[in-house]
Write a protein that binds this ligand. Structure first.
Ligand code: DON
Length: 341
C-alpha cells in the first residue's frame, strides 16, 4: 500500500491510504436464471453481464428463431441474425438505462430478469425490419456529438467450475507499474459514464446509474458464465472485449445450446454485435466472407452492417459431458490454450 500511494503521489494521483483502507473486495451472489431447462449463473452489478445475458436469453426463448436439424442452416439465416441483433439492441439500451453499482443505485429492476418482460420486448421486434436504436429508448436523451482483458475457464477433478475474467481496462491499464511492488494500475475509470447527461449516437453513455461518485464502482461488461443442468456445470465461458463481452458469451451459449453446434464450432463461429448505439451491426469479417447473402439480407432489413476491424472477444470455454468428461476449447482469436492433467 505504501508503494502504491507513493506511486500515486509521484504521478499526481488522488488515491490515499484512507481510500485503500475503505476499499474491500465484495463477494456478491451470482445472478441466476433459467434458459431452456438449464441454470445460468453470471455476475451481478457492478457488472452488467449477468443481468443482460439473462434478459437476452429470456428473449430468445420467446423468439421464433429459424430452426433446422442442420445447425448451420438455422444459425446463419438472415432472420436469426436479425432477431439476435434486435435482442442485443434492446438489452443494451436497458444496460444504459438502468445499470450501475447496486450499492448506489439499487439492484437492477426485477423486470430485467423477468421472462414476462423479455416476452414483451420480444413481441415488439419486427421480424422483417431493423428498429432504429433511437426508437427503443426514447426516454434517454441523446446529445449530438483496444483491448486486453483476460478470461479463463477452469474445472477441477471434482467437477468444480471457475469462470474468471479480470480487467485493467485496455492493455496494461494506465501503463503505470507501482515501483517496487511490480503490479500495474488499472484504467477502469473509463468504465464510468463520462459526461453526465451526454448520451450520443456514437455510443457514449451519460445516463445517471453509472455516473461517477465517491466510493462507487464502475459498470463492467465482464461476464464469466457457468451454465448448469440438474445442479451440475455443463459449460464454462467468458471473454474479454469490453462492451462486446456480453454478446460474445450470449453467442457461444446460443450456438451450443440453441443451435446444437459442437463447442469447438460454437466458439469458432463468426460473431456479431449490436450495443444499441452506435446503431451499427458489427460483424466479424468471416461472416461476410462465408455468408454474403446473409449480410445482403440484413441490409435489406435496414441494418447498417460494418466489419469489425479485428476479432470479437476471446471466449475460452469448457464443456462438461454427462460422464464428467471435459472438453477445453481455446478461442484462437487472441492467445491462450486448453490444458488438462
Ligand atoms: O469491465 C469491463 O467491462 C471493461 N473494463 C473490460 C475491458 C476489456 O474487456 C478490454 N479487453 N479487451
Amino acid at each position: 500500500a505504501d508503494l502504491l500511494v507513493a506511486e500515486m503521489k509521484a504521478g499526481d494521483g488522488v488515491i490515499t491510504h484512507d481510500d485503500l483502507k475503505e476499499y474491500d473486495a465484495k463477494e456478491r451472489p451470482a445472478i441466476h436464471g433459467r434458459f431452456r431447462g438449464y441454470d445460468v449463473y453470471a455476475p451481478p452489478p457492478p457488472s452488467s453481464g449477468g443481468t443482460i445475458i439473462l434478459e437476452m436469453l429470456h428473449m430468445v426463448e420467446k423468439l421464433d428463431l429459424p430452426r433446422s436439424d442442420e445447425p448451420q442452416l438455422g444459425r446463419w439465416n438472415p432472420k436469426t441474425v436479425h432477431l439476435l441483433t434486435e435482442t442485443m439492441r434492446r438489452a443494451y439500451a436497458d444496460r444504459a438505462r438502468y445499470l450501475g453499482d447496486a450499492d448506489f443505485v439499487g439492484p437492477p429492476p426485477a423486470k430485467l430478469l423477468d421472462p414476462k418482460y423479455a416476452a414483451e420486448l420480444a413481441a415488439g421486434i419486427d421480424p422483417k425490419k431493423a428498429t432504429p436504436s433511437e426508437d427503443v429508448a426514447k426516454d434517454v436523451a441523446l446529445s449530438d456529438g483496444g483491448p486486453s482483458t483476460t478470461h479463463f475457464s477452469v474445472v477441477d477433478g471434482d467437477g468444480m467450475a471457475v469462470s474468471l475474467t479480470t480487467t485493467l481496462e485496455n492493455a496494461f491499464g494506465t501503463k503505470i507499474v507501482v515501483r517496487g511492488a511490480g503490479f500495474l494500475l488499472n484504467n477502469e475509470m473509463t468504465d464510468f459514464n463520462l459526461r453526465p447527461g451526454h448520451t450520443d449516437r456514437t455510443g457514449r453513455i451519460g445516463t445517471s446509474p453509472n455516473q461517477i461518485a465517491p466510493g462507487k464502482r464502475m459498470l463492467s461488461s465482464m461476464n464469466p458464465v457457468i451454465v448448469a443442468k440438474n445442479g451440475r456445470p455443463v459449460l464454462v465461458v467468458g471473454s474479454p472485449g469490453g462492451r462486446t463481452i456480453i454478446n460474445t458469451t450470449l453467442l457461444v451459449v446460443l450456438n451450443h445450446f440453441e443451435f446444437g453446434m459442437p463447442l469447438r464450432d460454437a466458439v469458432d463461429a463468426p460473431r456479431h454485435h449490436h450495443q444499441w448505439f452506435p446503431d451499427v451491426l458489427r460483424i466479424e469479417r468471416s461472416l461476410r466472407e462465408k455468408n454474403p447473402e446473409l449480410v445482403a439480407g440484413l441490409e435489406a432489413m435496414g441494418h447498417r452492417v460494418e466489419n469489425h476491424p479485428g476479432n470479437q472477444g476471446d471466449a475460452h470455454s469448457i464443456r462438461i459431458d454427462d460422464n464428467g468428461g471435459l472438453e477445453g476449447v481455446a478461442d484462437d482469436r487472441r492467445s491462450g490454450w486448453a490444458a488438462g492433467e
